[in-house]
Design a protein around this ligand. Structure first.
Ligand code: AVJ
Ligand code: FE
Length: 454
């Protein structure tokens, strides 16, 4: 009933807020203060900015908007408004010190836990002050997802920093049956439900649920591997303008692209991963490629990137039940055997891993491991309403951003589901992005490239 659902959502919100803070603490205590205030790349904020920004957003949405409290330190709001200062500029701002940022975060969190404990979380009809934002614990879930997203951003900053490793983690489990997997799987044609109106913490851009007709198509069983991608490089893929879009070729020339970010040639391909230089693992999904590189690879392979709707249909459509699932494996929440999420590992698992997370179509690793570029621009669904602020999604809609789906090893489960949408510029490579390819039913299969066990 409504009371029990409200209590469950409250408990889940508290657990997710605490889990996000554990990750934030790990990411900001594994380096010293000099490292926290330093800018490791013009693409990223200093870690200490993210630290205070998550606290500031938590204060804004939970203490002020839901709780009706007065601002704690109104003078710092502009410093932590992502739209006021671009990332490159943030190190020059009079930011809170690491010690001040930690204390601010702890104070906000203490008050938030106090607030949520004493709050009635409306689940049925919204009533009273702040009831809309707090409805189904949405604002709490949104803030937990926000901090989790910045944890992923901070993880990308860690990957960009120079010097010895600051983070360590065990490798993910190896797949048992990858050799037996088909290269591609079929997704049947017809209507399916894309997006959601039911998921309580779905963000505005995932809403509302709507019917989309997706003709039958074929999709790679797993993300494209390093071995397959290395074949594309060896075949001269970076030197053949016919494989690239006009914008992609111009960017490839301007930026001097010749391999994924963090790769270098040393008689073999090696890569730098969180402070460790190591041979590129052939069977792992390729990581740190931009949309233009993914698109060119797909053309070389005689294929194309999947559309966003194709990706979601492959991940959610259950033909036997005639409905869309929350996740590829069903409606149950994530668990560690289903997908590589939550920064439990610092790398993707080998292609073919996580049989427990397979979709009804047979595709693996749609959730976790690497974000997957789709061919689609980031656009609103029919019936979209910005909520609770235009700057989460609406201001980004348009052709300049491409959609990524599925989440990566550094994405927290709270911010990952079959409907979750991410987006970035097609030139971006510091994000944990790879891809898989597709072909329409009327296109003949091309010779297999790479292979899931390579
Ligand atoms: C959804 C990952 C594109 O990091 O810019 C964080 C998430 N929004 N703070 C981003 C976000 C506001 C957003 N992405
Ligand atoms: Fe943010």
């Amino acid at each position: 009933d409504a009371q029990a659902t409200g209590d469950a959502l409250r408990e889940a919100a508290v657990a997710e807020l605490l889990a996000a803070r554990d990750r934030t603490t790990l990411l900001t205590s594994s380096v010293d203060d000099a490292d926290l205030v330093k800018q490791h790349s013009p693409l990223m904020s200093p870690l200490v900015w993210d630290l205070a920004h998550v606290a500031n957003q938590e204060e804004l949405w939970l203490l002020r908007a839901v709780g009706g409290r007065d601002p704690m330190h109104p003078e710092i709001d502009p410093l932590y408004d992502a739209f006021e200062h671009p990332r490159a500029e943030r190190p020059t701002l009079p930011l809170l010190t690491p010690r001040e940022a930690r204390r601010y975060g702890t104070e906000v969190r203490g008050r938030v836990l106090d607030l949520i404990e004493r709050m009635h979380l409306p689940y049925g009809e919204p009533v009273g002050f702040g009831a809309d934002l707090a409805h189904a614990g949405f604002a709490f879930g949104m803030v937990a997802q926000h901090e989790a997203q910045h944890d992923e951003t901070m993880l990308a900053t860690h990957q960009l920093r120079s010097g010895p490793a600051a983070l360590t983690a065990p490798p993910p489990a190896a797949p048992a049956d990858a050799a037996a997997l088909p290269a591609e799987v079929h997704v049947p044609g017809g209507q399916f439900t894309m997006g959601t109106s039911a998921e309580p913490w779905a963000l505005d851009n995932e809403r509302p649920a709507h019917q989309v007709d997706v003709p039958g198509f074929w999709l790679d069983t797993t993300p494209v591997t390093n071995a397959a991608y290395a074949e594309f490089i060896a075949a001269g893929g970076y030197d053949d303008p016919r494989l690239w879009t006009a914008d992609g070729w111009a960017h490839r020339q301007r930026a001097g692209l010749s391999a994924p970010l963090f790769w270098s040639w040393d008689g073999e391909w090696v890569r730098r991963s969180f402070g460790v230089t190591e041979p590129v693992v052939p069977g792992e999904p390729v990581l740190h490629v931009c949309w233009y590189e993914a698109d060119a690879y797909a053309r070389w392979a005689g294929r194309r990137l999947p559309t966003e709707a194709e990706w979601e249909k492959a991940a959610r459509w259950d033909p036997a039940a005639g409905r869309s699932r929350r996740y590829p494996w069903g409606d149950e929440d994530w668990s560690p055997t289903r997908a590589n999420l939550g920064q439990r590992h610092l790398r993707p698992a080998l292609a073919g891993a996580y049989p427990d997370g397979a979709a009804p179509c047979g595709a693996r690793q749609l959730i976790g491991d690497v974000w997957e570029w789709t061919s689609s621009d980031f656009l609103p669904y029919p019936g979209f309403t910005a909520w609770p602020y235009k700057e989460y999604s609406e201001v980004f809609f348009g052709p300049e951003y491409k959609v990524l789906r599925g989440g990566a090893f550094g994405v927290s489960p709270v911010a990952c589901r079959g409907t979750f949408r991410n987006w970035d510029y097609p030139i971006r490579r510091q994000i944990f992005a790879g891809f898989r390819t597709a072909r329409s039913a009327n296109v003949p299969p091309a010779p297999r490239r790479g292979g899931v066990t390579a």
